[in-house]
Design a protein around this ligand. Structure first.
Ligand code: NAD
Ligand code: DAU
Length: 337
């Protein structure tokens, strides 16, 4: 099989390529990535010389580049996106261009190239926010209710993917996944930001009261879910993918990290809240469990500890990205912190 992976130099995309090449060494992978601030070819050092791996430097918004990259491809696995909520609040337009227009360009090319499967990687954020005292979880029938420019752009992309299936018969599958963590995650996201700030002797910014809840999933569990949906998922279907954590607040996550790293809680700094901050995410992943036999296998506490260890051992990786553009963004987002 020959796969086109978009955004394969980012956090989940690169973990997915490493996972796929290990488990399906006979398959060919083309990685199409424009290498924004979030794309990093260092993540793919282990496979860069593999003859079954090809990197194409280009944008999913560029139809010519996309059509060339899709030549001879069986399946498209679409990760490429602007992915950080805080950046979408500072500058929404990049999110509309990449996440909405870029997805539509890919869909047009996929039709033209007779792609056998268009796999769209999406987010649980399209469903909006749950209350803390609410026991319910998102499922495949939950109404869309995106509340940030990022989640609105992902929701729009999901609608386009489904529309191309219903209208033109494009064979698609979609997964909407909760918060991933693990190696190679860009340190603008909460867990790697906390770990690397602590390693640098800086404070950890906690938004608002810190009682916001995310449904944490180790990135390899996400890759396994994509594998199953690609191989056994039903065309046209959506599957939700989530973690094992039960209402763990951001504050508890930071406290766990501080404990793992042997630091006290003085490192916590409460900062002004994110605008329109979604209170709680929780995913009911029973459909993918019942239909495809998937469940998360990586325990949050154990793999949080391993993730801390990874950032400790890969100081060069994150020190290289916490420079230039990152410093500018950090100042705009966090001021003097
Ligand atoms: P990321 O920001 O780490 O990586 C995004 C990648 O896309 C980068 O390599 C970047 O260079 C590339 N890219 C951006 N614009 C591009 C363009 N125009 N053309 C080609 N490449 C482009 O993102 P991530 O956290 O790995 O997320 C990957 C996907 O998974 C996204 O679609 C995101 O919405 C979705 N998702 C992420 C999470 C999470 O917790 N990180 C959870 C659920 C869903
Ligand atoms: O739910 C899936 C989504 O998870 C993905 O679609 C997104 O691409 C991904 O970025 C992530 O979105 P979040 O906004 O939930 O992740 P983030 O790491 O930015 O924030 C996690 C929580 O931590 C959230 O409640 C905000 C809070 N936070 C975040 C940062 C960066 C802080 O308290 N302080 C911070 O400095």
């Amino acid at each position: 099989m020959k796969l086109l992976v978009t955004g394969g130099a980012g956090f989940i995309g690169s973990n997915f390529i490493l996972y796929w090449m290990k488990n399906y060494p006979q398959d060919k992978i083309v990685n199409l990535d424009i290498l924004t601030y979030a794309g990093n070819l260092e993540n793919l050092k282990a496979v860069e010389k593999n003859p079954n791996y090809t990197f194409v430097h280009g944008s999913i918004c560029d139809l010519k580049v996309v059509e060339e990259a899709m030549d001879g491809i069986d399946c498209v696995v679409h990760f490429a996106a602007e992915s950080h909520v805080d950046r979408s609040i500072l500058n929404p337009s990049d999110f509309i261009m990449t996440n909405v227009v870029g997805t539509q360009v890919l869909l047009d090319a996929a039709l033209k190239c007779n792609i056998k499967r268009f796999y769209h990687v999406s987010s649980d954020e399209v469903y909006g926010s749950l209350d803390l005292d609410d026991k319910s979880k998102f499922n495949e029938r939950t109404n869309y209710n995106p509340r940030s420019p990022y989640s609105a752009s992902k929701a729009a992309s999901d609608h386009l993917v489904r529309a191309y299936h219903e209208t033109y018969g494009l064979p698609i599958t979609i997964t909407n996944c909760s918060n991933n963590f693990g190696p190679y995650q860009f340190p603008e996201k909460f867990i790697p930001l906390a770990i690397t700030n602590i390693l640098e002797g800086k404070k950890v910014p906690v938004y608002g009261d810190g009682l916001y809840v995310r449904d944490w999933l180790y990135v390899t569990d996400h890759c396994r879910a994509i594998d199953l949906v690609l191989n056994k998922g039903k065309i046209g279907e959506t599957y939700l993918v989530g973690g094992m954590t039960d209402n763990v607040s951001n504050l508890e996550v930071v406290k766990k990290i501080l404990k793992i790293m042997g630091k006290d809680e003085c490192a916590i700094e409460y900062v002004k809240d994110r605008l329109g901050h979604d209170r709680r995410y929780a995913v009911d992943w029973s459909k993918i469990q019942k239909e495809l036999g998937w469940k998360p296998l990586h325990d949050f506490n154990e793999w949080l500890e391993k993730t801390v260890q990874w950032y400790k051992e890969n100081e060069n990786w994150w020190k290289d990205v916490k420079t230039g553009e990152y410093k500018k963004y950090y100042k705009e987002q966090y001021g003097k912190l």
